[in-house]
Design a protein around this ligand. Structure first.
Ligand code: MN
Length: 230
């Protein structure tokens, strides 16, 4: 089975990793072998890790440092994790260059877009009144998204309107070159992007919490694409 790396959160206060088990279950039940990728900024180590992986899940987490897309931090920007930022941006850049299959989830979608030269909104509550930081449980879909016909995402989900969960206060602003928007919410916030070669998919929602419905399709796609790259 193909090895799929999942990036963890680094808890800086306790100096330990954190990862929601749902990400692991999502890969396990999709026929891949999940491994948690250790956090390092050493690019030689990152390349060595990538040489042993066939696909990547960039997991959710806190806000990326706006420095990386050329902005000063706003009052409403969240806590920054310099170690995780440097590691994931390096990993994403190298994985994109290798055309490795990537599924970017929430923060992971934003990291991928920044790594590829795009930017994000530091706080979408300034531009939208739709509840993107839902009060419902994580596994419960709360808002609709429209999926663009003809995109890879549409191919995967096979539906043009679905309900998703929403646990984000940031979103894609400038879409990176070589990427396109594949889904938006009713307030026109970008909810999904994909690379033009179809290898990298980024979603703003959390499919690992929606495995009983359309969430599973994204992980199955990642595993299928990863098997092709062996
Ligand atoms: Mn949302």
């Amino acid at each position: 089975m193909v090895l799929i790396g999942i990036t963890p959160e680094l808890d800086m206060h306790n100096n330990c990793y954190k990862l929601n088990q749902s990400y692991v279950e999502a890969i396990l039940t999709s026929g891949g072998t999940p491994v948690i990728v250790p956090i390092t900024s050493d690019i030689k180590q990152i390349l060595s890790i990538l040489a042993n992986l066939r696909g990547i899940v960039l997991s959710g987490g806190g806000d990326p440092d706006p420095f990386y897309f050329g902005e000063e931090p706003l009052q409403t920007s969240g806590p920054i994790n310099p170690f995780r930022d440097q590691f994931e941006l390096g990993l994403a850049k190298e994985a994109l260059a290798l055309q490795m299959p990537i599924l970017g989830i929430c923060r992971g979608c934003q990291i991928m877009n920044i790594a590829a030269g795009g930017s994000i909104y530091q706080d979408i509550t300034h531009i939208s009144n739709l509840q993107h930081t839902q009060m419902a449980p994580r596994w419960y879909p709360t808002h609709y998204i429209s999926i663009e016909a003809g995109t890879r995402l549409f191919n995967i989900i096979q539906d043009n309107k679905i309900r998703v969960n929403s646990m984000h206060h940031q979103a894609i602003a400038k879409v990176a070159p070589d990427f396109a928007v594949s889904a938006i919410s009713s307030d026109s916030i970008i909810e999904a992007i994909e690379s033009n070669n179809g290898k990298a998919i980024g979603v703003q929602w959390h499919p690992e919490e929606l495995l009983d419905t359309h969430g599973k399709k994204l992980f199955a796609y990642l595993v299928r694409e990863s098997e092709k790259t062996v």
